[in-house]
Design a protein around this ligand. Structure first.
Ligand code: RB5
Length: 142
């Protein structure tokens, strides 16, 4: 599975750890940043959200300090369902019920171990469809 991933400076360390931890499980394309220097999270959220929204890539991961700024930015894009997850149970439901296509992590409020569990769960859980399909179709404003 190919996953595109980006962060801001607050999420930089966790991004690098995730890429390294899952290097044998997923193919990552790193959209930056490439150092922990201070950056603005929208500059890194938009390219990932654009490439998932356009269908170029199916899934992304975005990480900032709280997960809120980077997730809010991604969710401005049509077809993006970016889910802020801090426990595996939330990650599972974000896939099962919301068909989330971008996993958002709050680097400053999650342990490394929980973050790895969240990533593993998110990318091994499938959308349930059915009644959830109807609800997901109502999210976007046409
Ligand atoms: C950066 O200090 C911090 O504001 C950012 O990572 C994020 O938490 C914003 O929502």
């Amino acid at each position: 599975m190919k996953i595109i991933i980006a962060s801001d400076h607050a999420g930089y360390d966790l991004k690098e750890k995730i890429i390294s931890h899952f290097k044998d499980n997923f193919e990552f394309e790193n959209y930056g940043p490439f150092s922990a220097d201070s950056v603005d999270y929208p500059d890194f959220a938009h390219p990932v959200a654009e490439d998932v929204s356009s269908g170029k890539h199916e899934y992304g991961i975005l990480i900032c300090g709280t997960g809120n700024g980077i997730g809010m930015t991604a969710n401005k894009h049509a077809g993006i369902r970016a889910a802020l997850c801090w426990k595996p149970e939330i990650a599972a439901l974000a896939r099962q019920h919301n068909n989330a296509n971008i996993l958002v992590l709050p680097a400053r409020f999650i342990t490394e171990e929980d973050a790895f569990d969240v990533v593993k769960t998110f990318f091994s859980t499938h959308f349930e469809g059915g009644r959830h399909q109807r609800r997901v179709e109502k999210i976007d404003i046409h």
